[in-house]
Design a protein around this ligand. Structure first.
Ligand SMILES: [Zn+2]
Length: 343
């Protein structure tokens, strides 16, 4: 492991690996975005690792051109991640099996690398945005303790979740906790990319909502966001949206029954639908939890940027950042023109 030495001109390179795009940013310790880069995960036959290296190299070079040095790299990866070794044990969407991401990237760039699970890094960012430091310590009186018992649910190309119980982010026995997307909720339902039928992800990811809309003959909307905005006038959009809400509500009500969270935070690109998603989801979850109070269900304040902000936080290996970092990074990211769709 490479140990960085920080200075005022350090930046962290944050990278969020998605099934569709690799998003990256160089961010200083105050949360200011120095540079932003995005690449298709599989661009012109390139594999996912080559895309990660390309984005990281461009960010390191751009930071250097502005007089900054990269002190560390933080990566949010989908799949089963061992944060100790930085190995991605399995990520179907990326074609990775026991892939030593940290070892390879440190050898390639000579910069310290931290790798985290995408949903759990998003949870780190959500908690930081609520006032808890990256280490989990309470750094401000404004911290909402609801986030000590919370479900963070990023919905993008996939559907995932992070479980925070008693202030602890739960990884599980094999690092596979929180794979909400592959909970089977519809008997003999739609075929999922994992090979099972009826998974939540087969109905409720940004990708599958659009796929199902087209399969059912929908032609008006050309994106998941467009589907969300035509529910009143397009019955096919309304149907696939209702199916997504139904599948999600079964999974979330089940998790709520077991874990008793104070808050469920819906993030990722699909959360940009706002009340069009959150409103019906609240009703559907409440209908399945008639015997108890329903946890708060909220739209993430960080949206599709949660994974990237969390990657920045874990990339600063000393983790001394305060709550201002997450908020400032988000403001800094969202004030720039957006590139490729972040769904
Ligand atoms: Zn599945």
């Amino acid at each position: 492991m490479i140990h960085p030495h920080h200075s005022a001109l350090d930046v962290v390179i944050a990278i969020d690996i998605g099934g569709t795009t690799v998003k990256g940013a160089a961010i200083d310790a105050a949360g200011t975005v120095i540079s932003r880069q995005t690449a298709s995960t599989f661009d012109a036959g390139r594999d996912a690792y080559a895309s990660v290296v390309a984005v990281a190299r461009r960010l390191v070079d751009e930071a250097a051109a502005h007089g900054f040095a990269a002190a560390g790299i933080g990566i949010a990866s989908p799949g089963l991640v061992d944060p100790e070794s930085g190995t991605v044990m399995f990520a179907a969407n990326l074609g990775w099996d026991a892939f030593p991401l940290r070892r390879l990237l440190e050898a390639e760039l000579q910069i310290a690398v931290s790798v985290g699970h995408d949903a759990r890094t998003a949870a780190v960012a959500e908690r930081a945005a609520q006032g808890a430091g990256a280490s989990g310590t309470d750094t401000g009186s404004s911290y909402d303790t609801a986030y000590d018992n919370a479900l963070i649910v990023p919905i993008g190309t996939g559907v995932s979740s992070a479980v925070v119980a008693g202030g602890v982010l739960i990884a599980g026995a094999t690092g596979a906790a929180g794979e909400l997307g592959h909970m089977q909720v519809i008997p003999n339902g739609a075929l999922c990319s994992c090979g099972q039928r009826g998974c939540i992800e087969a109905y409720a990811s940004g990708t599958t909502i659009l796929d199902r809309y087209r399969e059912h003959g929908g032609t008006i909307a050309s994106s998941t966001q467009a589907i969300a905005s035509t529910l009143d006038t397009d019955p096919i959009a309304a149907r696939v949206w209702a199916d997504a809400v139904n599948a999600l509500s079964i999974g979330l009500a089940g998790l709520a029954a077991v874990l008793d969270p104070a808050v469920i935070v819906i993030g990722g690109g699909v959360s940009a639908a706002g009340d069009t998603l959150i409103g019906p989801l609240r009703e559907a979850v409440a209908a399945r939890l008639g015997w108890r109070s329903t946890p708060r269900i909220e739209q993430s304040a960080l949206g599709a940027q949660g994974g990237l902000i969390g990657a920045a936080i874990i990339g600063w290996t000393d983790q001394v950042l305060d709550a201002g970092f997450a908020r400032q990074t988000y403001l800094s990211l969202s004030s720039e023109p957006q590139g490729a769709a972040d769904a």
